[in-house]
Design a protein around this ligand. Structure first.
Ligand code: DGL
Length: 265
């Protein structure tokens, strides 16, 4: 039997756990390290220049230390700005995260789609390109929220997140012109699927929220030539750049990660 390949799932914080969950759901026989740049969270408020410098440096460090077979950049904010630079910095293949604009554009019946990401992601040139290519004839309502990132971090730390907090965070999206006709919306930050039940509860009935998690997991499995249901995803360890007493510990333990260690750039 061949040895299980090692995948490193990377995000600024807990968001990549939504992608880890999709990999686990596929039943891939692989080992997984979770790496989070918690010292630099939230990425959505960082400049492009900062991310273009920091993310490749971190991947290079992780590659040297763990020699993975694959990286998953489970972060829209990093992928939309630093994926090319990071690919140049490492030898290991990287699956990036692309906001699900294309599927949203084909699912909508009203022609109005929501694009909910971090403030960085929704304003990126990369996002403009995606919209021009796949949703040029759609009306795309963009809204960037770091508030929801913080709420997802709190939820994963085991704290209660009130319906009012979610409603307040989403209110500016629903206040945009034509939002009443929006029938599909993109969760374009990997933190947000972790709040899916709360976000759905705070949304008008009939609004469908979609994300890229399953597509990322499928692509990762394809690159590693893993079969769905071929085994179980084996959590190995977690590395964070911030305090290793990370608030995310409950969520990590729930997924079978037992150790959280600090790595420094
Ligand atoms: N989870 C990240 C994303 O997919 C970024 C959250 C943040 O650090 O702002 O965009």
């Amino acid at each position: 039997m061949r040895e299980k390949p090692l995948v490193i799932v990377f995000d600024s914080g807990v968001g990549g756990l939504s992608v880890f969950d999709e990999l686990a759901r596929k039943g891939f026989a692989a080992k997984a390290i979770y790496a989070a740049d918690t010292a630099f969270l939230p990425y959505g408020l960082r400049s492009e220049a900062e991310l273009k410098q920091r993310v490749p440096a971190l991947f290079s460090l992780l590659e040297k230390r763990f020699a993975p077979q694959l990286f998953v950049m489970a972060c829209n904010t990093a992928s939309t700005v630093a994926l090319n630079e990071t690919r140049k910095a490492v030898q290991t293949p990287i699956v990036g995260t692309v906001p699900a604009i294309k599927p949203a554009a084909s699912l909508t019946r009203t022609g109005v789609i929501g694009f909910l990401g971090t403030p960085g992601t929704v304003e990126r040139e990369y996002s403009d390109g995606l919209i021009a290519e796949f949703a040029g004839d759609r009306s795309v309502l963009r809204f960037g929220s770091s508030r929801l990132v913080a709420l997802a971090e709190r939820k994963m730390a085991g704290e209660a997140v009130s319906p009012e907090a979610i409603e307040t965070a989403l209110a500016p999206l629903f206040a945009l012109e034509h939002a009443d006709r929006m029938d599909v919306a993109v969760l374009a930050c990997t933190h947000f699927p972790l709040l899916r039940p709360e976000i759905e509860a705070a949304s008008p009935a009939g609004l469908k929220w979609i994300d890229s998690g399953e597509a990322i997991a499928r692509r990762a499995g394809g690159l590693l030539q893993l079969e769905e249901g071929g085994g179980a995803l084996e959590p190995v360890a977690v590395y964070v750049t911030g305090n290793a007493d990370a608030a995310m510990r409950p969520a990590l333990q729930a997924r079978g990660f037992e150790t959280v260690e600090k790595i420094s750039l």
